[in-house]
Every structure is written in structure tokens, then in C-alpha cells.
Design a protein around this ligand. Structure first.
Ligand code: GDP
Ligand code: MG
Length: 170
């Protein structure tokens, strides 16, 4: 078995951190500065009979009104192309906050037929964990997600569970 998994989300949600955590090595640049990754970064993980090809997808947050700048146009195209022939999408958002940029990413996933798993990242930063569950439930209204999982890419919390979920769709 072999499949492509796209990691998408607005800048700074932890896409590169998640990819590095899954692959167990620093293949993707992580930074506090948004848009550090301008090109697609790929990594392959082989586990038993399954080969996961992870794609860190930049540019998903770029709105159509920003399309005129050459760099934006380039990133927009790369993002759209990355979603072709994808078997599964991991859509990353930040704990307890849904932004306009998250909506832009969600819009770009409208015509994606592959299952979309919503991963709510950085839950290690949550002071009050009791707010998490109601918030996760509220996100079910955004789209029919294959699953919604709270994770911490930095600490690895729930990341194996996320990988197991992904494996179902390859
Ligand atoms: P990207 O722009 O989506 O690729 O985000 P990065 O992976 O570069 O991460 C942006 C920032 O968030 C970095 O400073 C990371 O260390 C931090 N970060 C990523 N995941 C987590 C997490 O699970 N918990 C915490 N506390 N910080 C995180
Ligand atoms: Mg990145």
C-alpha cells in the first residue's frame, strides 16, 4: 500500500513541525516567520506494508484577491496542484481559534474528494482543557471531516493516532 497525504493549513499552525515529527527527522523548515516554506516539501515514511508520502503544502491560505503578486500566484498554483491525486488530507488548525485564513484553506478543500482529517494542533498550550471538547464539536459544522483530532505536533501527543487514522485511507 502506498499513498499521498497532504498537510495543509495557514502559516504557523505547525505543518512543518508535524511533518518532522511524523518522519522523525528535520526535512521541513520550521519557523516563527510565516511563509518560510515556499516550495513543497515531501517526505516518505515506510511502515510494514505501507508507504506514506507526506506533502507539506504551502500557499493554501492565499486569497484570490491577493493573486496578482507573482509569488502568490506561484504559491496558489503549487497548492492547488498538490491536492491532485491526494489520498488523504490533514487539515491543521490552531487550538481554540478559527481564523479567516482557515476559512480560505477550507474553501480550497471544497472540491477535494479525498477524506479530510481535521487536526487541532498545539493543545499542549491549552490552559483550560475543558473548553476543548465543545470547540471540537463545534467544528463538525464546518465540513464533513473524516475525523477531528486534538494533537500536539511539538510533543507528539496523539500523532500516532493521527497516523493510524491516515493509514485507513491509503
Ligand atoms: P507551519 O508554518 O505551519 O509550517 O508551522 P511551523 O511548523 O513552522 O510551526 C510554527 C511555530 O509553531 C513554531 O514555532 C513551532 O515550534 C510551533 N509549534 C508547532 N507545533 C506546535 C505544538 O504542537 N505546540 C506548540 N506549543 N508549538 C508548536
Ligand atoms: Mg512550514
Amino acid at each position: 500500500r502506498c499513498g499521498f497525504v497532504a498537510i495543509v493549513g495557514r502559516p504557523n499552525v505547525g505543518k512543518s513541525t508535524l511533518m518532522n515529527r511524523i518522519l522523525g527527522q528535520k526535512v521541513s523548515i520550521t519557523s516563527r516567520r510565516p511563509q518560510t516554506t515556499r516550495h513543497q516539501v515531501m517526505g516518505i515514511k515506510t511502515e510494514d506494508e505501507t508507504q506514506f508520502i507526506y506533502v507539506d503544502t504551502p500557499g493554501m491560505h492565499i486569497q484570490s484577491r491577493d493573486r496578482n503578486k507573482a509569488i502568490n500566484r506561484f504559491m496558489n498554483q503549487a497548492a492547488t496542484q498538490a491536492l491532485r491525486d491526494i489520498d488523504c488530507v490533514v487539515f491543521l488548525v490552531d487550538r481554540t481559534r478559527w481564523t479567516e485564513e482557515d476559512d480560505v484553506v477550507l474553501d480550497k478543500l471544497t472540491h477535494v474528494r479525498a477524506p479530510v482529517i481535521l487536526a487541532v494542533n498545539k493543545v499542549d498550550w491549552l490552559k483550560d482543557k475543558s473548553t476543548l471538547l465543545p470547540w471540537l464539536e463545534s467544528l463538525q459544522a464546518k465540513r464533513e471531516f473524516a475525523a477531528i483530532l486534538p494533537i500536539s505536533a511539538k510533543h507528539g501527543t496523539n500523532v500516532p493516532e493521527l497516523e493510524a487514522e491516515v493509514a485507513q485511507y491509503l
